[in-house]
Every structure is written in C-alpha cells, then in structure tokens.
Design a protein around this ligand. Structure first.
Ligand code: SAM
Length: 226
C-alpha cells in the first residue's frame, strides 16, 4: 500500500521506461511499478546509508533486485548520461531538488521526463526548468493529511529534437508517444543498415560510394534517436 501522493507520482510515470528515483528512501515507488509490470528498469539513488540499506533490503525481500538497482550516492551523480528515460525527485524542498538538478546536469543528457514533487519552494524548480531547456508538461496538487503536495512533470526539449526527414520512417506519433516497441524498431533499422554497409564496403564505383554515404547518414540519424 502506498500513499496517494506516491500513487499520483506513479500515475505520471510512462509505462515500460527506465526510471530513476533520486532520494528514493523506502523504494516503494519503483516497487509499486515493478509489481504492476510497468517498469522496464529502475534505479533508486540514496545519499544516506540508513535509507540506502533499507531500500536494498526491501527490494531483495520482494524479489525485485533483478529489476531495481539501489545505489548509494549524492543526487544524480549515480547516473550516467542516457541511462534512464525518467527521473523522479520527490519529498524534498524545492531548493534541494533544484540543487540536485543543477549539480547533476551531465546525467540529465538523454533524460526525457522529470517528475518533481517539492514540499516547498516549487517556484525555484519551475525557474530552473525553464532556464535549462525543460518544458512544463503537466502539474497537479495532491492533498494528504491536510498537506498540499505539488507535482510537476517536465519534458526535456532536446529529447524531441529529431531530423524531420527521419520522422517519415520513424512515425511521428510513435516517436511522440514513445511507443513501447519503438526502441526495438530503431534497433532493427540500425542493424539492417549496418548489414547493408558491410555488404557495400568494397564497392568503389561512384554509385556505391554515394549509396554508402546515404546509408551512413541514415544510420547516424537512427542512432541519435536511440
Ligand atoms: N522520495 C521519497 C518520497 O517521496 O516518499 C522519500 C522522500 S524523503 C523525505 C527524502 C530522501 O531523500 C531521504 O531518504 C534522504 O536520505 C534523501 N536525500 C536527501 N538528499 C539527497 C541527495 N542529495 N541525493 C540523494 N538522496 C538524497
């Protein structure tokens, strides 16, 4: 059983994504998603030894350890670029959340969605988001035990930047909604181009060279989308 606050946060996490919960404490949020088969992979980050051990024990006890990693460390430093699609930071003050985002900018490369739940000072977060290329996508307020909790969902603008011509092959709606099988399709497109490039390797005619360049270009674009 999780609180309405956590349940509402969970409802904003798109299904079958790689999700990090920074300051994840009890690990309840990601375990809730894992139990509902809505999680591709989860990472709980914790600064403090107590909650870190607590999360680790709980994740193991409920046999979620193949799906959820628990990591000890400060803020976003526990993540590499492109490691997750969604980052959740909940249950802290807006100043701490903003500080974690600012210090962790390199780890935000490749992150599509931020789900932030400040207990106070939400304005600081919105200012940071707008200054740093995130678009505020959805907001809500949850009331629990007479306390109002704000939830802010933001999308990173650069993650939608994709060369228009590749959208014909990709499918603009599939890309926009991040269809669960799109990643597999992109991998398929990449592999088939690699195979063709291998076959074209030896051709020295002008035609073979220009065909190679064309496929190489397409390959770059598909790889960028991954
Ligand atoms: N996110 C959970 C929730 O919303 O229910 C837990 C919120 S709890 C009040 C805040 C947690 O953040 C604590 O477990 C604390 O150890 C952790 N924390 C504080 N600063 C942190 C930082 N810089 N990096 C990672 N975790 C941090």
């Amino acid at each position: 059983v999780i609180s309405d606050r956590l349940k509402t946060i969970a409802s904003y996490i798109p299904e079958h994504k790689r999700v990090a919960d920074i300051g994840g404490d009890h690990a309840l949020l990601l375990m809730y998603l894992a139990k509902r088969h809505q999680l591709q992979h989860g990472i709980v980050g914790e600064l403090n030894e107590g909650p870190f051990q607590n999360a680790k024990t709980r994740v193991q006890a409920f046999q979620c350890d193949s799906l959820i990693d628990v990591r000890l460390g400060n803020g976003l430093s526990i993540l590499s670029p492109h490691e997750v699609d969604v980052v959740v930071i909940a249950g802290m003050g807006g100043n701490l959340i903003t500080q974690i985002l600012e210090e962790g900018k390199p780890s935000l490369i490749g992150v599509h969605t931020l789900i932030l739940q400040p207990n106070i000072s939400s304005g600081l977060i919105r200012k940071w988001l707008v200054k740093n290329g995130f678009r505020i996508h959805q907001e809500t307020i949850v009331k629990e035990n007479d306390i109002l909790y704000e939830i802010i969902v933001a999308i990173q603008e650069t993650s939608d930047e994709i060369k228009p011509e590749i959208l014909y092959d990709m499918g603009p709606m599939l890309w926009k909604e991040r269809h669960p099988l799109l990643r597999e399709k992109i991998e398929y497109e990449i592999n088939s181009r690699k195979r063709v490039l291998n076959q074209l390797e030896k051709g020295k005619t002008a035609q073979a060279i220009s065909r190679r360049q064309q496929i190489q270009n397409e390959l770059y674009q598909w790889e960028e989308a991954l």
